[in-house]
Each structure stands twice: as structure tokens, then as C-alpha cells.
Design a binder for this molecule. Structure first.
Ligand SMILES: [Zn+2]
Length: 258
């Protein structure tokens, strides 16, 4: 049975300062101490792009054989979330830093769709009491979003790609890619053509990635065996129950008023 996998990888860049301000880009530290009016998005502040982050992004685009856009545009993606109280994330939508390209693994070209530069949101910490604590030290850290075309044909191929990409990012000193610290994060979509695709989130390690995709392929096969249709939806991987569960049903692209 044919399967198709697409990947969306978020990588925190290793730079001295954040993407649009001079706050330190460093993991950890006393919560909410590496913040300023710019990364908090206070009214009247002017974000100014980080040259080092742009150079590192271009370096990755070159390594991935992507076309580098001569004009690249930052856009506001509008939505509210507790880790994004300013109400928008600065990202790229119409003119990414890099478009197209590929990474060759085992004599096969894994095609890249685009490479976007964006900013991190704050970090949510869930306590045993059921509270959500927010650490804004993370907000504004430069982030690269690498999106592949959905043509990866097996889990092992996807895993090889993820490992090779990580190796490349480390070798070029673009990112430390420490998955435990959330510096290298993977979302995936998976389908059994010609059926609808399902998006998978919360894949926090390569092991979780492998387990979640294996589970999802079996789940989709079972649905098709019963003669039912696969719904286009976003599902979360539950590391403890070892299953995916529904997060939201995707009807249309959410209106982010880019
Ligand atoms: Zn700042």
C-alpha cells in the first residue's frame, strides 16, 4: 500500500540575539528576564531583523539547493493564544526566504517546498496543580520552518531525512537541534492516496515520530478496511497512551488575516 508523508520542521537558530530585538537568545535562565517591549509586541515598537539569523537561513537554503528569493517578506499571522498575547506571530507567507530545493538521501531527492523565517512564541509550562505558567524568554527566538513536499514514501525514509537534516544544521552551526530542549520539532502529515491526509502534532522525539506514524498508518488502514472515509483532521500523539487523538477537524485553512 502506498503512503505519502510530508514534514514540517521547526528549528531554533543559534544566534546571539533574538529575531527582531537585541534580547539574548539563550536556552533557560530565570523566566521572563530576557524580554523587552519589541519581543513582547508592545504598541509602537519596531521590529528590526537579525542579520545573523538571515545569513544562517540563507546558508541552509544553499545547502538545500533552494532558490533564495531576492525579495523576502515578513507577515503578521494573526491569532491569539496564551503564549502569544500580542495577537500575532511574525512569519513569512507570500515570499519565503527560500523556495523549492531538495536534500538527497540514499540516492533519492527529498523535495523541499519552502523555508520560512519566523519567531518563537513563549513557552507554556503545565504544573501539577493544573496551572499554565508562561516564560517569555523564548518568545522572539529566530525559528526556521522547513516544509517538505508530501512525497516521502515510508517512515524509514522520513527518519533518514530528519537525521540527515539535523546533521546538516549542526555541521553548518545553524542550530544545536536539541530535541529535548525543543530546538528541533517535527510535525507531519500522512495519507494513503487518494484519501484525505491527516496532520500529526506533538511528535517530540524521533521515537515518538516513528510510533505515531506507525499507529496512524494502521488506524487509517482499518478505517479504509471498514469501507469508511478518512477525515481531514489534525491529531495529537499521546505519548502515554501510545495513540493519536483528534485535536481539530480541518475544514478550510484558518483565517489568519496574513
Ligand atoms: Zn526582546
Amino acid at each position: 500500500m502506498e503512503i505519502k508523508i510530508g514534514l514540517e520542521i521547526h528549528v531554533e537558530l543559534k544566534t546571539k540575539s533574538k529575531m527582531f530585538c537585541s534580547c539574548k537568545n539563550e536556552y533557560g535562565g530565570e523566566p521572563n528576564t530576557r524580554i523587552c517591549p519589541v519581543c513582547l509586541g508592545e504598541p509602537g515598537t519596531l521590529p528590526s531583523p537579525n542579520e545573523e539569523a538571515i545569513k544562517k537561513s540563507i546558508l541552509l537554503c544553499l545547502a538545500l539547493n533552494s532558490e533564495i528569493n531576492k525579495v523576502s517578506i515578513f507577515t503578521r499571522k494573526n491569532y491569539f493564544y496564551p503564549d502569544l498575547p500580542k495577537g500575532y506571530q511574525i512569519t513569512q507567507y507570500k515570499a519565503s526566504i527560500g523556495e523549492g530545493g531538495y536534500l538527497e538521501i540514499d540516492n533519492k531527492k527529498i523535495l523541499i517546498d519552502r523555508v520560512n523565517i519566523e519567531e518563537e512564541t513563549a513557552k507554556s509550562i503545565y504544573t501539577e496543580k493544573g496551572e499554565v505558567l508562561l516564560d517569555f524568554n523564548r518568545c522572539g527566538i529566530p525559528l526556521l520552518e522547513i516544509v517538505t513536499k508530501p512525497f516521502i514514501s515510508s517512515i524509514s525514509e522520513a527518519l533518514t531525512f530528519l537525521k540527515e537534516l539535523r546533521k546538516l544544521l549542526r555541521y553548518l552551526d545553524i542550530s544545536e537541534c536539541d530535541m529535548e530542549k525543543g530546538m528541533y520539532r517535527v510535525d507531519s502529515n500522512i495519507s494513503i492516496p487518494p484519501n484525505e491526509r491527516v496532520e500529526l502534532k506533538n511528535l517530540n522525539s524521533l521515537k515518538a515520530f516513528q510510533e505515531a506514524l506507525s499507529y496512524e498508518i494502521e488506524r487509517q488502514k482499518e478505517i479504509l478496511k471498514r469501507g469508511e472515509k478518512i477525515k481531514r483532521e489534525t491529531r495529537l500523539w499521546d505519548e502515554f497512551k501510545k495513540e493519536t487523538r483528534i485535536m481539530r477537524i480541518k475544514e478550510e485553512e484558518l483565517d489568519y488575516r496574513y
